[in-house]
Design a protein around this ligand. Structure first.
Ligand code: NAD
Length: 488
């Protein structure tokens, strides 16, 4: 197996982690390899095996062979592997955080927080594995007994994005394994190291060969097509952008394949008239800047009551200006770099467009030179309907839009094809919840800057997704029910 070594890295040691494909319990090198960069320095940090279609077929075969024996294991045995994976991940949290910080660029504290959050999916689904409930009852007409059982669906194909390389993987792997499914994980090409570390960790936790296979690739289209066309694959669980999710739904329609989709967001952040401005700024800082703004949950458009707008804008600007911007792997960093110069360019292009539309773009401090850094920005004079309010920004940019009446704020918040998450800040918790219930999003955070929890259902309405991950619903994405009618 090819491992990272200190010699592989340019600026500081990288933890030892496999760099080959994980197929059928073996680490397989490939002739093609691709380079992973540290976006803070734009230097190469590793060369990773690049999967092709034949590797995809081998992974499907391995997952298919492993499925029967894994599904036959008792729920308790499957739970024990997940429990050990949780323990290992917590014990190795700093290793994972360093891999994430180096390949993704996010700040150390976000990277460490992500690993702890990611590990919790193993714990939660270890607990869920032994609690799947069926149904046994007499039909209303009294003519039969209704028996409903839940069975693992089979081989699951899991596609994850670069912005949470650990948590998006465990949020899928853990319920799949708990349900008795086997899987193939295809991480984003920007962040394969974290996925390979998780694959290795699961093997060390005692997972049988072939139950989890990991395929980094720079050819996601052809590799995914080869996997999804294979009748041995039973479900697709995708997290990423809405356009890619839609195209995968179109390409799987022929097979009527079951899909779960965790897609893009465009989160509104509502500061109501009675809000405390300091508290609102504190919450906005977390909702906007956690993960450097590269989160599907990131507050994307900040609607602030007109009576508070100036004060809120001033204090948010001051808070942004105080953030320590730097390389993710530096523990003092509060805002890391973008994942790539491509993402950096996207943000700068959006800011240019906003200026052309008449917005006042305020850079709150200078960004460090030399990497894919973007300074934190507050954007004023934005109108609902402008580009910044209709595009998922995915970076440290906060557009402010004042409103006069709460009904207008709710209307603007809902005026989007997306519906992942919304935020409400109000001094009156009851009012916050009443407004939350008028918002068209799968999740609403009231007076909080974060809400993700493995024990809660994560997912979106409208074009933000299909299905839920985590909570009691998560395991059912990998189970299908069977109804048996009997005369008892
Ligand atoms: P992306 O859609 O470009 O990529 C996501 C994954 O899809 C990557 O693994 C990529 O390699 C793969 N991919 C790309 N083209 C493909 C193809 N033709 N066939 C198969 N796979 C393909 O998204 P991204 O830029 O990596 O991530 C950012 C997006 O993800 C944002 O829109 C964000 O909101 C969304 N996201 C959503 C959630 C959620 O839970 N709803 C969580 C995190 C990120």
């Amino acid at each position: 197996m090819t491992l990272t070594t200190c010699a592989d890295t340019v600026s500081g040691p990288l933890p030892r982690t496999p760099l080959d494909l994980l197929v059928g319990g073996n680490w397989q090198p490939t002739t093609d390899r691709f380079t992973v960069e540290d976006p803070a320095t734009l230097s190469p940090i590793a060369r990773v095996a690049d999967a092709h279609e034949d590797d995809a077929q081998a992974a499907v075969a391995a997952a298919h062979d492993a499925f029967g024996p894994w599904a036959d294991r008792s729920p308790r045995e499957r739970a024990e592997v997940l429990r050990r994976a949780h323990e290992l991940m917590v014990a190795e949290a700093e290793t994972g955080a360093l891999l994430i910080a180096r390949e993704n660029g996010k700040a150390w504290r976000d990277a460490l927080g992500e690993v702890v959050y990611a590990a919790e999916f193993f714990r939660w689904f270890a607990e869920e594995a032994v609690r799947v409930q069926g149904d046994f009852r007499t039909a209303p007409g009294g003519d039969k007994t209704i028996i409903v059982d839940h069975r693992p669906i089979g081989v699951a194909y899991l596609i994850t994005p670069w912005n949470f390389p650990a948590a998006m993987a465990t949020r899928k792997i853990a319920p799949a394994l708990a349900a008795g499914c086997t899987c193939i994980l295809k991480p984003a090409a920007e962040t394969p190291l974290t996925a390979l570390w998780i694959g290795d960790l699961l093997q060390r936790a005692g997972l049988p060969a072939g139950v989890v296979n990991v395929l980094p690739t720079t050819r996601p289209g052809p590799v995914s097509d080869a996997i999804l066309a294979d009748p041995r694959v039973a479900t697709l669980s995708f997290t990423g952008s809405t356009p890619v999710g839609k195209s995968l739904m179109a390409s799987t329609a022929d097979r009527a394949l079951r899909v779960s989709m965790e897609l893009g967001g465009n989160a509104p952040f509502l500061v109501l008239e009675d809000a405390d401005v300091d508290q609102a700024v504190e919450i906005a800082l977390v909702a906007k800047m956690r993960n450097g703004g590269s989160a599907c949950t990131a507050a994307n458009r900040l609607y602030v009551h007109a009576s508070l707008a100036d004060e809120f804008g001033r204090r948010l600007t001051a808070a942004f200006a105080r953030l320590r911007v730097g390389p993710g792997a530096d523990p003092a960093t509060e805002l890391g770099s973008m994942v790539s110069t491509r993402e950096q360019r996207k943000i700068h292009d959006l800011l240019e467009l906003a200026e052309a539309e008449g917005a006042r773009v305020a850079r709150t401090q200078a960004a460090p030179a030399g990497g894919a850094f973007v300074a934190p920005y507050v954007v004023h004079d934005v109108h609902h309907g402008d580009t910044l309010t209709s595009t998922e920004i995915f970076g440290p940019v906060a557009p402010l839009i004042p409103f006069d009446h709460v009904d207008e704020a709710v209307r603007m918040a809902n005026d989007t094809p997306f519906g992942l998450i919304s935020y409400v800040v109000s001094a009156d918790q009851g009012q916050g919840i009443r407004i939350a219930r008028r918002l068209e999003s799968g999740m609403v955070a009231v007076n909080r800057g974060t809400l993700s929890d493995p024990a809660a259902p994560f997912g979106g309405m409208k074009e933000s997704g299909i299905g839920r991950e985590g909570g009691f619903a998560g395991i059912h994405e990998f189970l299908e029910s069977q109804y048996i009618a009997a005369d008892l």
